[in-house]
Design a protein around this ligand. Structure first.
Ligand code: KIV
Length: 266
């Protein structure tokens, strides 16, 4: 069995030029499967509320829900580093509340690190959480919790001033003690510049090939989420077709009186 990954291992991967593979998971079976095939980091994303609960935005998910999903993922994980997302309103109001909520994801959820969205505006909060020895992943660019400010899920950092701000954000979160940085929905050239400018690993999603790692939502890569598919998603399987086929076969056999057979009966 491999040694469980730590934040030190993830940082070493950048130094050694080894790409970091990250996926989201929200429950025990998916966590177990991806852990067994060697995923480096599992992110219990607040995207759970969109892909699992069917909401349009990530804003409604609660701390209790994130703790619940984190626990399930941690029970399915032996080797990967588990990072739990801090939901909207769990860290924006004040650093004390942020510390308590980050602590809950570690103590009750079992996560080894937390992720939160923002740059310079959350640097003090990152510093406060890191000061109680909870490792933090920062997340800048297209930050889904800022959907109302952004006016939709749009690529960020295309204008020079925005790009300059994102570079400043990256430096600010590194300086505040974040051990890794998610870059979402920004031009590949800007992601390359940020990746070169910071010593912490960058994990891209819609940010091009030059990030130190990549993250995608598990339901997107398996074809389990048909609502919409952004350009940056690559579909590696069509699990929806397999599930629909299996369920249709079950319905047909129940209605046709073929299930249960003798081998399923006592
Ligand atoms: O919640 C999420 O899924 C994320 C992404 C970075 C994948 O934050």
């Amino acid at each position: 069995m491999n040694k469980p990954k730590t934040v030190i291992d993830i940082q070493r991967m950048k130094a050694e030029g080894e790409k970091i593979a990250v996926l989201t998971a929200y429950d025990y079976p998916f966590a177990r499967l991806m852990d067994q095939v060697g995923i480096d980091v599992i992110l219990v994303g607040d995207s759970v509320v969109s892909v699992v609960s069917g909401y349009e935005t990530t804003l409604p998910v609660t701390m209790d829900e994130m703790v619940y999903h984190t626990r399930a993922v941690v029970r399915g994980t032996r080797n990967a580093l588990v990072v739990a997302d801090m939901p909207f309103l769990s860290y924006q109001v004040d650093p004390v509340e942020a510390r308590r909520n980050a602590g809950r994801l570690v103590k009750e959820g079992g996560a080894q690190a937390v992720k939160l969205e923002g740059g310079e505006n959350v640097a003090e909060t990152i510093r406060a959480i890191v000061a109680m020895d909870v490792p933090v992943v920062a997340h800048i660019g297209l930050t889904p919790q800022s959907i109302h400010r952004m006016g939709g899920y749009r690529v960020q950092g295309k204008q020079e001033e925005q790009a300059r701000q994102l570079l400043a954000d990256a430096r600010a979160v590194e300086e505040a003690g974040a051990f890794a940085l998610v870059l979402e929905g920004i031009p590949a050239a800007l992601a390359r510049e940020i990746t070169a400018a910071v010593s912490i690993p960058t994990i891209g999603i819609g940010a091009g090939i030059d990030c130190d790692g990549q993250v995608l939502v598990i339901h997107d890569i398996l074809g389990l989420c048909e609502k919409y598919s952004p350009k940056f998603v690559k579909r590696y399987a069509d699990v929806s077709g397999t599930i629909s086929g299996g369920i249709s076969d079950y319905i047909r056999e129940v209605k046709g009186g073929q299930f249960p057979g003798e081998e399923h009966s006592f």
